[in-house]
Design a protein around this ligand. Structure first.
Ligand code: AMP
Ligand code: ZN
Length: 492
């Protein structure tokens, strides 16, 4: 099965196949490590994770490169304000970023590339651009890209740049949205700023040149796919194309994937609106990392995701259903044999799941047949009609679902523990939800012991004690479920 994905460049759905016949080479713009990542950032990284996992699930080998922007205007400004070298400033946020990716179970790209470790490659690219007349140096020693030298500029974002003023320049990394200008490739050193002494002068790279240089370094002059949030389409990606293709005269990336921005409660997320959330903020409110992952990926990447707390609760409940079903399958006793109706249902769900992913990574449509199957199989189990062969078929479907969604195995304790550690270090204890603290106070062993005590109490017909234990646990977010296969408990 071959995945098809909307390509911003071609304006149509294109098939994703490795052009070298070996591995699918993809580049995704990474974070600027000047602060903790917010859920909008992670929505984009999660959707790229969905892409790479879906490629692997359908048998395609992936070579995925992601940059870390560890030098830019904001970083320099913040590090200066904090009175520390930029490396020291960014190290903390880079570490936090990778911890957050782990919490959300975002797979690591095959190659991580830090801007500050590839300065020489960027300098060489500027030199090549100068050699073909696409770059010029200004009096202060900075280098700019000459937009007029690249007539295809605007082909990705389909912007009409006819009113563009030749020679007008912009030298900041934060752009006015609609102004196409000659942009900085290399910024001459300003007193007190971090800089590198190089063949094109003392200074530091512009933001765009880093992605061109590092993408070509690891993936070659022409590769399969480039991804990022929709805000990067213009000017960042347009600039990457101009810088790269001016030198190589080859298509830089064949396919461009842009993830639509997330809204929170129907509005643009912003600190001043009070609707701005980092991953850590949500973990401290007591939400599970798996629920945050599911909520952020369940709306397909080209649709606007409106993030709400109701949505997080829906995701939490969906994960409960998945985990409970998985537990029933693995712990139950099933007679040998196969039920043809269930075998057919499993096959159908699997086919629909894959077809939805293959159709522009439609995660919402991919989820639906899995939950339908769970409903059918649960009913069959209740009636004793699910047999051992059916259990195996169901587990295979769940495994294929989890190869992309990755929420069934409960690994939620570690992200929460890390978030609590962070709260302590950052002096944010006041932001920890009281239920979360209560829940954390109880180890699995302590809960097992209380559940066992309750079972004994019930056997001895001491219902008052049994109810008391149930209520005590409920207050701490532990739910007990009595079923015919025994007693189960879970953290809410
Ligand atoms: P940054 O660290 O700001 O360079 O952003 C890292 C990634 O997150 C980029 O691909 C951005 O396009 C993406 N991004 C930033 N804000 C949002 C948002 N609200 N929704 C989705 N993606 C976002
Ligand atoms: Zn980039």
């Amino acid at each position: 099965m071959t995945l098809r994905l909307f390509n911003t460049l071609s304006g149509q759905m294109d098939e994703l196949v490795p052009s070298d016949g070996k591995a699918f080479r993809m580049y995704a713009c990474g974070p600027t490590v000047y602060d903790y990542g917010h859920i909008g950032n992670f929505r984009t990284f999660l959707q790229v994770d969905v892409l790479r996992r879906a490629l692997k699930l359908t048998g395609t080998k992936v070579r995925h490169v992601m940059n870390i922007t560890d030098v830019d205007d904001k970083i320099i400004r913040n590090a200066t304000a904090a009175g520390v070298p930029i490396g020291q400033y960014t190290a903390r946020f880079e570490k936090a970023f990778f911890e957050d990716l782990d919490s959300l179970r975002v797979e690591r790209p095959e190659q991580i590339a830090r801007a500050t470790e590839h300065i020489q490659k960027m300098v060489e690219l500027v030199q090549k651009l100068a050699a073909v007349g696409a770059a010029y140096q200004t009096e202060d020693g900075s280098w700019y890209f000459r937009l007029a030298s690249f007539p295809q500029y605007g082909k990705l974002s389909k912007k009409d740049l006819s009113g563009m003023e030749d020679g007008a320049r912009v030298d900041v990394d934060e752009y006015e949205k609609d102004s196409a200008r000659d942009f900085a490739l290399w910024k001459a050193a300003k007193p007190g700023e971090t800089s590198w002494d190089t063949a094109i002068g003392r200074g530091r790279p512009g933001w765009h040149i880093e992605c061109s240089a590092m993408a070509m370094e690891y993936l070659g002059e022409s590769f399969d796919l480039h991804a990022g949030g929709e805000d990067l389409m213009f000017p960042h990606h347009e600039n990457e194309i101009a810088q790269s293709e001016s030198v190589t005269h080859k298509p830089f990336a064949r396919h461009w994937m842009h993830v639509r921005f997330l809204l929170v409660d129907g509005r643009k997320m912003s600190k001043s609106e009070g609707n701005f959330y980092t991953l850590r903020d949500l973990l401290l409110k007591g939400y599970k990392a798996s629920a945050i992952r599911l909520a952020l990926i369940s709306v397909p990447y080209r649709h606007q995701l409106n993030f709400t707390f109701d949505g997080l609760i829906e995701a939490t409940n969906a994960i409960d259903r998945l985990r409970t079903f998985h537990q029933r399958l693995t712990q139950g006793d099933f007679a040998a044999g196969e039920n043809p109706a269930l075998q057919a249902a499993a096959k159908k769900a699997q086919a629909e799941y894959l077809a939805a992913l293959a159709n522009d990574l439609n995660t919402a449509e991919a989820r639906a047949p899995i939950f339908d199957l769970i409903r059918t199989a649960n009913t069959a189990m209740d009636q004793g009609q699910l047999l051992a062969g059916d259990r195996d078929a169901m587990l295979a479907v769940l495994a294929s679902f989890d190869a992309v969604f990755d929420v069934i195995e409960d690994r939620d304790a570690e992200p929460t523990r890390r978030a609590l550690e962070y709260a302590e270090q950052a002096g944010r204890q006041a932001d920890v939800a009281p239920e979360l603290l209560a829940r954390q106070g109880l180890t699995d062993e302590a809960i097992d012991a209380l559940v066992a005590e309750r079972t004994t109490a019930k056997k001895q017909r001491n219902f008052a004690r049994a109810d008391q234990i149930r209520n005590e646990l409920a207050e701490k977010g532990i739910v007990i479920e009595d079923s015919k296969d025994g007693v189960r408990w879970k953290r809410k």
